[in-house]
Design a protein around this ligand. Structure first.
Ligand SMILES: *[C@@H]1O[C@H](CO)[C@@H](O)[C@H](O)[C@H]1NC(C)=O
Ligand SMILES: *[C@@H]1O[C@H](CO)[C@@H](O)[C@H](O)[C@H]1NC(C)=O
Ligand SMILES: *[C@@H]1O[C@H](CO)[C@@H](O)[C@H](O)[C@H]1NC(C)=O
Ligand SMILES: *[C@@H]1O[C@H](CO)[C@@H](O)[C@H](O)[C@H]1NC(C)=O
Ligand SMILES: *[C@@H]1O[C@H](CO)[C@@H](O)[C@H](O)[C@H]1NC(C)=O
Length: 674
C-alpha cells in the first residue's frame, strides 16, 4: 500500500504515462550502465554490506517507479541483470528470477525492508537509565554532521517549481530526482562558486525539526536512536532541539543567509530562561567544528554579542561524537580528484548516490562548490600529520610512512611537450600534508582558492597573542589549532569516538602524461586564471603561456601491494580511525592539544572515551557495540554517555582508551616549529 502511495507522490507533473514507463526504465538502466562503465573501478567493494545496502535502495527506487504491471517486472529483471553483470556481481541467496515473487512479498510488508534499524535494542538504554532513577535535567541540543541534514527546495522559479518543498537531499525523493531529473538536481544542488550561495533561480534550505536528521532515508537512521533513548528519560520538543543546517554553505554564510548561529543562540538562551538550566550540546562529525565556530561567534562582540562569559553561563557540557576536529584525509582526495567512494561519507547512502550517478568531474565540481565541506580539510599540516621521515601514527614496523600523504610510485612521466609550447608542471614528488594542501589548492579554480582564503584556515598557531587575536577572525574559528576554547572553566567536554575500523590515511596517485585538468582549460580561455599565490589577494590575470599546465591526477587504483606495511590496496593506504575519520583527527586535540593552556586557557576538563569497534556481522548497522563513524550514533556506548551527561551524572563518564592516541599525540610538534 505504502508503495503505491509513494509512487504517486513522487510523480513529477510532466510524469510519464504507463505506456512510456518501461522505455523510461530502459533509458535509466542504459544511463546507469554507461555511468557504471565510466566509473570502471576495479575495487571489489561489491561484496560488502556497505554495497548491499545501497543496492537495496536502488532496487527499491526502481521497483517503486516502475512496478505496477507485472510486465514491467520482466523488464526490470532484464535490466537489473545487465546492471549486475556490469558489476560482475552475484548476490548470494538472491535469485533474480524470483524478483516478482519477492516484490509481492515486499509490498505486503514494506516496512520490513527499511527496518535496518531494529535489532531489539530500541529504547533499551533509556529504559536502563530510567531504572536507575535518572531523568531529563539539562536541555539538549543536537548538531548533525555533514550530509546528514535533509535539504528541500523553496524555489518557485518555473524551472524548479516541480520540486517545491520536496527534499532534494535525503529521503526516497532524492533518489528519484537524481535518477530522472539529474541535470536539474545538480543545477539546484551546486552552489554558485563565487558567492557560495544558491545559483540564480534555485533556493534550497535545510529541512526543519528533529526529523531533518533523524534518518537519511526512511529506515536509515542517524539520530533516531539517540532521540528515542532521550525520550525515555523524558525529553521532548520542549527540552530537545536538533539544529539542522545547510551543510553545503561556508560557516560564515550559514549565519549570513540563514541566521543559523543566531537561532542556535536564541534557542539556548530560551532554554536557560524557561528551565533555569544550562544546555548540553552533542555534535556529530563535522558538527564538532560547527560548535567550535559557534563558541567563537557567540562571544564575539561583532557577531553574536554574547560577551566573554556566554559559554560559561549557557553551556553545561559539549559532547563531540566522532568529531572531525583536525580534518579528514579522505576529503582531500575529493577536493583534488572527486574520488568519493565512501568519501564525504557521513553516510554510505549519500556517498553512494554521488558515486554512482555522477562522473568524477561532476562530483569534484559539486564537492568544491559546497564550501562547508572545506571544514574537513586536514589541519595542522606536517606538525600533526607527519613528515617524509615519519608520521606520529605510523606503526613501528612500517615500510612506508603516512607522512607522505600523497605518494607517487614513479615520478610522473614528462608530458609530451612536442605538441604544446606551454610550460609543464614540475614533478610533484611525494608530498606531506602541507605540500599536498598547497598542491591541491593549486589544482582548483581561483573561485575555490578565493573561498578558502576568505573563509578557512588550516594551519597551527602557537603564539598565544595571535591565538587571542584570532577570536576576531572568523576564518580561524573552525580550526581548533588556531583558536582557544572559550573561557568556560565549569563547562565539560567529552570526546567520544570509535576505534578499530580501517580508515583511509594516505594515498598513491598517478599522473598520466597527456591529460590536463579542467582548470587548465579555463585558464587557457583567460577567464579563470590559476591563482597560486595564497597571500596575493587578487589573482593576477596571467596569459596562457606564463603558467604551467596542471596535469590531471587520480588515485593509483592499479597499485596493490599487500607486502608493504601498511599494505596498499587500490592505491589507498589504511590507518587507524572509525572508518571515515582518522584517529589523529578524532583524538589528538582531546588528549594533547586541549590539555595545554595555549589552546584551553580556562583548563576546561576534557574527557576522552574511545569505543572499540565490535560490530555484530549479521546486523547491517552493527548493533550495540559498533563504532563505525555513523553507526556509532546507535551504539550503546554513545547513547549511555549522552544520557548520563544530559541527566546530570556526567561525572560518571571517565577517560577510556583502546588506541595508542596518547603516544601518537605526544609525537606531534605542538610546541616548536622546527
Ligand atoms: C567567505 O567569507 C566572506 C566574508 O569574509 C563572505 O563575504 C563570502 O561570501 C564567503 N565566501 C563563501 C564562498 O562562502
Ligand atoms: C607489524 O605491525 C603489524 C601491525 O602493528 C603487526 O600485525 C605485525 O605483526 C608486525 N610485524 C612484525 C614483524 O613485527
Ligand atoms: C615515494 O616514496 C616511496 C617510498 O615510500 C618511494 O618508493 C617512491 O620512489 C617515492 N616517489 C617519488 C616520486 O619520490
Ligand atoms: C587543569 O585541571 C586538571 C584537573 O582537571 C588539573 O589536574 C591540572 O593541573 C589543571 N591544569 C592547570 C594548568 O591548571
Ligand atoms: C557489547 O559489549 C558489552 C560489554 O562489552 C557486552 O556485555 C555486550 O554483550 C555486547 N553486546 C553485543 C550485542 O555484542
Amino acid at each position: 500500500m505504502v508503495l503505491v502511495k509513494r509512487s504517486k507522490t513522487w510523480a513529477d507533473p510532466n510524469s510519464v504515462t504507463p505506456a512510456v514507463k518501461s522505455d523510461k526504465i530502459v533509458e535509466t538502466a542504459n544511463s546507469l550502465k554507461s555511468e557504471v562503465s565510466k566509473l570502471k573501478k576495479p575495487t571489489p567493494l561489491f561484496a560488502s554490506r556497505r554495497f548491499l545496502f545501497p543496492l537495496g535502495l536502488l532496487l527499491g527506487a526502481l521497483i517503486a517507479f516502475s512496478l505496477i504491471e507485472p510486465r514491467d517486472i520482466q523488464d526490470l529483471h532484464a535490466h537489473l541483470s545487465l546492471l549486475l553483470g556490469e558489476y560482475q556481481l552475484t548476490l548470494p541467496g538472491v535469485d533474480l528470477s524470483r524478483v516478482e515473487a519477492e516484490w509481492l512479498r515486499l509490498r505486503s510488508n514494506i516496512p520490513e525492508l527499511w527496518k535496518f534499524n531494529t535489532d531489539g535494542r530500541e529504547f533499551q538504554v533509556g529504559d536502563s537509565m530510567v531504572a536507575r532513577g535518572l531523568t531529563a535535567h539539562h536541555p539538549v541540543v543536537l548538531i548533525p554532521g555533514v550530509i546528514s541534514t535533509g535539504l528541500e527546495s523553496w524555489s518557485t522559479d518555473p524551472d524548479y517549481r516541480p520540486f517545491f518543498r520536496q527534499k532534494l537531499w535525503g529521503g526516497f525523493n532524492m533518489l528519484s530526482q537524481v535518477t530522472f531529473n539529474r541535470d536539474k538536481w545538480i543545477a539546484a544542488m551546486m552552489l554558485d562558486p563565487v558567492t557560495g550561495l544558491d545559483p540564480p533561480g534555485a533556493k534550497i534550505r535545510a529541512a526543519e525539526g528533529i526529523d531533518a536528521a533523524s534518518s537519511f532515508i526512511q529506515g536509515y537512521w542517524i539520530w533516531s536512536k539517540i532521540v528515542e533513548n532521550l525520550a525515555v528519560v523524558n525529553y521532548d520538543t520542549n527540552n530537545l532541539y536538533l539544529a539542522p543546517y545547510d551543510w553545503r554553505l561556508s560557516y560564515y554564510n550559514l549565519e549570513e543567509r540563514d541566521g543559523y548561529f543566531s537561532r542556535l543562540k536564541t534557542t539556548i538562551e530560551g532554554f536557560k530562561r524557561r528551565q533555569k538550566r544550562k544546555t548540553v550540546i552533542a555534535a556529530h562529525s563535522m558538527g564538532a567544528t560547527i560548535v567550535l565556530y559557534f563558541f567563537k561567534w557567540v562571544e564575539s562582540a561583532e557577531h553574536g554579542g554574547g560577551g566573554p562569559d556566554w559559554v560559561e553561563n549557557h553551556i553545561e557540557a559539549y559532547i563531540s561524537v566522532a568529531g572531525t576536529h583536525l580534518g579528514v584525509a579522505k576529503a582531500m582526495t575529493a577536493f583534488l580528484s572527486g574520488e568519493m567512494k565512501d568519501t564525504v561519507q557521513v553516510n554510505p547512502a549519500g556517498a553512494y548516490v554521488l558515486e554512482r550517478f555522477f562522473s568524477r568531474a561532476e562530483r569534484q565540481k559539486l564537492f568544491r562548490s559546497w564550501a562547508g565541506s572545506a571544514s574537513m580539510w586536514i589541519k595542522g599540516g606536517d606538525a600533526i600529520w607527519g613528515t617524509p621521515h615519519g608520521a606520529p601514527d605510523d606503526s613501528h614496523n612500517c615500510t612506508h610512512t603516512h607522512g607522505s600523504l600523497f605518494a607517487f610510485r614513479v615520478p610522473p612521466l614528462p608530458p609530451d611537450t612536442a605538441s604544446t609550447s606551454k610550460g609543464v608542471e614540475p614533478d610533484p614528488g611525494n608530498m606531506t600534508a602541507d605540500a599536498a594542501s598547497d598542491w591541491i589548492l593549486q589544482h582548483t579554480p581561483s573561485s575555490f582558492q578565493k573561498m578558502i582564503q576568505t573563509n578557512f584556515s588550516f594551519g597551527i598557531e602557537r603564539d598565544e597573542a595571535v591565538l587571542k587575536a584570532n577570536a576576531f577572525d572568523h576564518r580561524k574559528w573552525s580550526n581548533p589549532l588556531e583558536v582557544q576554547l572559550p573561557l568556560a572553566p565549569s563547562m565539560k567536554m567529552y570526546c567520544v569516538y570509535g576505534h578499530g575500523k580501517e580508515t583511509e590515511r594516505s594515498y598513491w596517485y598517478v599522473q598520466p602524461p597527456n591529460e590536463y585538468d579542467e582548470t587548465a582549460a579555463e585558464h587557457a580561455d583567460g577567464l579563470d586564471p590559476l591563482c597560486v599565490d595564497p597571500e596575493g589577494g587578487e589573482c593576477a590575470k596571467g596569459t596562457v603561456f606564463d603558467r604551467p599546465l596542471a596535469r590531471k591526477s587520480w588515485i593509483d587504483a592499479e597499485f596493490t601491494d599487500e607486502g608493504l606495511r601498511p599494505e596498499v590496496r587500490n592505491g589507498v593506504t589504511m590507518g587507524e580511525g572509525d572508518g571515515t575519520v582518522n584517529l589523529v583527527s578524532l583524538g589528538a586535540m582531546c588528549v594533547e592539544g586541549w590539555k595545554r593552556p595555549r589552546w584551553n586557557p580556562a583548563n576546561i576538563s576534557v574527557v576522552t572515551v574511545e569505543l572499540p569497534h565490535r560490530p555484530v556481522m549479521s546486523l547491517p548497522r552493527g548493533g550495540a557495540n559498533t563504532s563505525e563513524h555513523v553507526d556509532i550514533l546507535g551504539s550503546t556506548g554513545v547513547n549511555e554517555i549522552i544520557i548520563k551527561v544530559a541527566t546530570g551524572v556526567g561525572h560518571e563518564v571517565k577517560d577510556s582508551f583502546v588506541s595508542d592516541i596518547r603516544a601518537y599525540a605526544a609525537k606531534m610538534r605542538w610546541d616548536s616549529d622546527q
